[in-house]
Design a protein around this ligand. Structure first.
Ligand code: CU
Length: 458
């Protein structure tokens, strides 16, 4: 049984109740463990503290269907979920909806066994999702706790020229320790993003990005039940190191969805027949064809705005090119555990080494025998393909701070994925969006083995 008080507290997590938050000073909210992202106490005093790693932020609990119904009633929209991330806190101050982003270095776990020193906002990369409604006047404070200057560009948003965030050209850079204010009225709705427009190559390679979701003033004809924001991103974290290398152009080795690499990614929990919106954004160095299994999604928005219904395009792989956002809707009509992943095969793996000799088809028994005289426990692998890497993942000693190339174990064996891979767990009749575990397939609906292959068909 959920109480009204719980509902308001969760509304604050998911985007806020104006009445609740307007009575609470920002500093006090920062202490409140139920008010969404917790900023470390050091942030309250506005003293610069350069390159101080913050701990990973606290994620909100999974909502129930009645939570979402309450938010929709109170706020007029279905709040977005940023898997493994958070929604930005806000408060009303007169006619202004106020937000606060703190640019800082963070130690972020990509998956158990791998922690990376990223640059992000408010304790994570991507930063908190800014959520507002068309017509809102937004005021966004940006505090710089990085060791170098920064700015924020509001990608895709109509705003006055001087609020566009291009350092040196449209505003002075925000120096370490300084706080700047951006103010504009949201004159459109859609899926946008924020990122630095200062030392862009370094700052985006290290993780500085976030969503801006602006809901329409007039609610959609077909309301969304589950609304997810996902940033695919690529990182060059050389084996045994902890810091992304921004000088790499294309040869990345770690791939994440919202700053987590499979098996660290959280699944998307969906009730059968929910209308689902998937929002993607990309500030990495190449495109990510995001693929869903078992369903088709209709592409409804780009970062240029809404696509008229007559021009919606059905896709099962939606390519998110660098510098783009896309939103696509689908009705989750088939229950099960359905993959959602980047279809570039190197992007759905971990610790992808490139330019290594190809062992497939080679007879390396002699080499293996000689190497194992020098290195205890050495095993030659990969001559029949790379699947055996997944089987041996647990007991292969790799360099420090990295992840097995292929990971995850399902009810039928190794999953052999990594990186930009997650699952949509679609279930009939659930009331809570907690992880329901593996899908229990009805009898006779799983591919099965037969005793012999048919004759005469090839
Ligand atoms: Cu990709």
């Amino acid at each position: 049984m959920i109480t009204r008080r719980d509902l308001l507290a969760r509304a604050a997590v998911a985007g806020g109740s104006a009445a609740l938050l307007s009575r609470t000073p920002l500093a006090a909210q920062e202490q409140d463990p139920h008010a969404g992202h917790q900023m470390p106490a050091a942030h309250a005093d506005h003293q610069p503290k350069m390159a101080a790693p913050a701990s990973r932020r606290t994620l909100p609990p999974p909502p129930t269907r009645s939570d979402i119904a309450g938010w929709r009633r109170d706020l007029g929209y279905t709040p977005v979920t940023t898997p493994d991330g958070v929604t930005a806190k806000w408060r009303m101050n007169g006619a202004w909806k106020e937000f606060h982003l703190v640019a800082e270095e963070i130690e972020q776990e990509f998956a158990p066994g791998m922690t990376v020193k990223v640059w992000g906002y408010n304790g994570g990369s991507p930063g908190p999702t800014i959520e507002a409604v068309e017509g809102d006047n937004v005021r966004i404070f940006v505090t710089n706790r990085l060791p170098e200057h920064t700015t924020i560009h509001w990608h895709g948003i109509f705003l006055p020229n001087g609020m566009d965030g291009v350092g040196g050209m449209l505003q002075p850079h925000i120096k370490p320790g300084e706080t700047y204010v951006y103010e504009f009225k949201l004159r459109q709705h859609g899926t946008f993003m924020y990122h630095p427009h200062a030392d862009e190559m370094v700052q985006m390679a290290l993780g500085m990005m976030g969503f801006v979701v602006v809901h329409p003033k007039k609610p959609l004809a077909e309301p969304i039940d589950r609304d997810f924001c996902i940033f695919p991103h690529m990182w060059a974290i050389h084996p045994g190191t902890y810091r992304p290398d921004p000088s790499v152009m294309l040869d990345f080795d770690i791939f994440t969805l919202n700053g987590r690499a499979y098996p660290g990614t959280s699944p998307l929990i969906i009730r059968q027949n929910d209308r689902v919106r998937l929002r993607f954004a990309n500030v990495s160095m190449t495109s990510h064809p995001m693929h869903i299994h078992g369903h088709r999604m209709w592409v409804v928005e780009t970062d240029g705005g809404q696509i008229p219904r007559s021009a919606w395009v059905p896709e099962s792989s939606l390519n998110i090119v660098n510098g783009q956002t896309r939103a696509a809707d689908f009705v989750a009509d088939v229950p099960g555990d359905w993959p959602l992943h980047c279809h570039k095969t190197h992007h759905a793996m971990n610790a992808m080494g490139h330019e290594v000799p190809n062992p497939i088809g080679a007879d390396l028994r002699e080499v293996g025998a000689r190497v194992s005289e020098l290195i205890e426990g050495y095993t030659t692998m990969g001559t029949a393909g790379m699947a055996e890497h997944a089987e041996h993942a647990e007991h292969m000693a790799g360099p420090e701070n990295t992840l097995p190339m292929m990971a995850g174990t399902g009810p039928y064996g190794p999953i052999e994925m990594g990186g930009m891979f997650t699952m949509m767990k679609i279930r009939a009749g659930i009331d809570s969006y907690q992880d329901p575990g593996w899908y229990d397939h009805p009898e006779g609906t799983v591919a099965w083995k037969v005793d012999s292959a048919p004759e005469g068909l090839i």
